[in-house]
Design a protein around this ligand. Structure first.
Ligand SMILES: Cc1ncc(COP(=O)(O)O)c(C=O)c1O
Length: 384
């Protein structure tokens, strides 16, 4: 674990990992918009200073800060969340290997597991994220990893994350968690023993909906193993995007705490509204993962989903009438975003499978931004 002299994630988000001494005296990290750097006798290809090798000063400051924020040993920044996820899975697994994965992952992750892994001779079995017995039943001699999300999308379940770590240790397999929804402010996977976490930095880490980025964070030995593969696959974050990610991360704790509070208020409002049949939010006592979230997380996050009693026409009317949340995919930015997952990330999942997973056509997902929560609630009330 990288330790700092700071006590809280608020201070670390601002100061941890910054260059010392400051480069050219600059208080804000300058952008090193240079593809290549003077050769200083490096003898290892991966140490040569070249932008695709993820080793410019803009990459290195992010690697240090990300590791600190999750109390982990090491981190890598990538060109997108999917670059982080695909590099991690391709690096942890070898041809012939098998992975257990939660049965309701982010749509892009699901597509990769189902459509692409088999082409590399790797296979996946989907398991119930809260039922350890289903993991044991699916375990094979060639299982090398278990893959979870700290809060699942779009139903906001909280997997039995401690059990995942125990299970991985007992069977000597690698534990991986997508920590995008929780963010390091609410949950730090390394603290409970996860080997690796992955992020879409496009979401909370950047927080301003203006770049694609990703991160791989965890045990140094594994991160070091993934680094050459990332270099070969080429999932590099451009220095200018590094700068924007870095700038966004400085306000991460402020934003996420506000979003935790506002989402809690919106969830309680929706739960009492007569047009709503169910609200999925880990902060609600009615949520199946509430006890686990209360034990593991410092906050319940800014993401929630809900269903409407009058089904799809009512969901469509709501999306037509809201004026503050923007109807768009993605999440974790300063602006609230609203979407029907069945029409977007789950559009490629066969309808029967979608329904089995609980993703109805009228399910609405809301990423709560940093707007005034009273105004947001008023807007939702009027649209409903
Ligand atoms: C939980 C989760 N993980 C990963 C991703 C992929 O991230 P990116 O779009 O940055 O590749 C997403 C994107 O929505 C996501 O929601």
């Amino acid at each position: 674990m990288i330790t700092t002299k700071f006590r809280s994630i608020d201070t670390e988000a601002v100061h941890a990992g910054e260059p010392s001494p400051r480069i050219g005296g600059a208080v804000a990290m300058p952008i090193f918009q240079s593809a290549t750097f003077l050769w200083e006798g490096e003898t290892d290809y991966h140490e040569t200073r070249y932008v695709r090798l993820n080793n410019t000063p803009n990459h290195e400051v992010l690697h240090r800060k990300l590791a600190v924020l999750e109390r982990a040993e090491a981190a890598l920044v990538t060109s997108s969340g999917m670059a982080a996820i695909t590099t991690t899975l391709l690096g942890v697994l070898r041809s012939g290997d098998h992975v257990l994965a939660l049965d309701c992952p982010y749509g892009g992750t699901r597509g990769f597991l189902v459509d692409d892994l088999p082409r590399f001779g790797m296979s996946c079995t989907f398991v119930d994220p809260v039922d350890r017995a289903s993991w044991t039943a699916a375990l094979r001699d060639n299982t090398r990893a278990i893959y979870m999300e700290s809060i699942t999308n779009p139903l906001m379940q909280v997997p039995d994350l401690r059990a995942v770590v125990d299970f991985a240790r007992a069977h000597e397999i690698v534990s991986i968690v997508d920590n995008t929804f929780a963010s390091p402010v609410n949950f730090r996977p390394a603290e409970i023993g996860f080997d690796l976490s992955v992020h879409s930095g496009t979401k909370y880490l950047n927080g301003h909906t203006d770049i694609a980025a990703g991160a791989i964070i965890g045990r140094r030995e594994l991160v070091d193993r993934l680094r050459p593969l990332l270099n070969h696959l080429g999932g590099t974050l451009d220095p200018h995007a590094c700068f924007l990610l870095h700038r966004g991360m400085k306000t991460l704790a402020l934003r996420v705490r506000r979003q935790n509070d506002s989402a809690g208020r919106v969830a309680r409002f929706l739960e009492r509204h007569p047009a709503i049949s169910v609200v999925n939010y880990p902060g609600l006592p009615s949520n199946s993962g509430h006890a686990r979230a209360s034990e593991l997380f410092d906050g319940y996050g800014g993401m929630l989903s809900f269903d409407l009693i009058d089904g799809l026409p009512a969901a469509d009317r709501l999306l037509d009438h809201v004026t503050i949340p923007i109807v768009a995919v993605s999440l974790g930015g300063v602006e609230s975003l609203i979407i029907r997952p069945a029409a977007t990330a789950y559009a490629n999942v066969p309808p029967d499978e979608r329904r089995r997973l609980g993703v109805t056509d009228s399910l609405v997902r809301l990423s709560v931004g940093i707007e005034d929560p009273d105004e947001l609630i008023e807007d939702l009330r009027a649209a409903l």
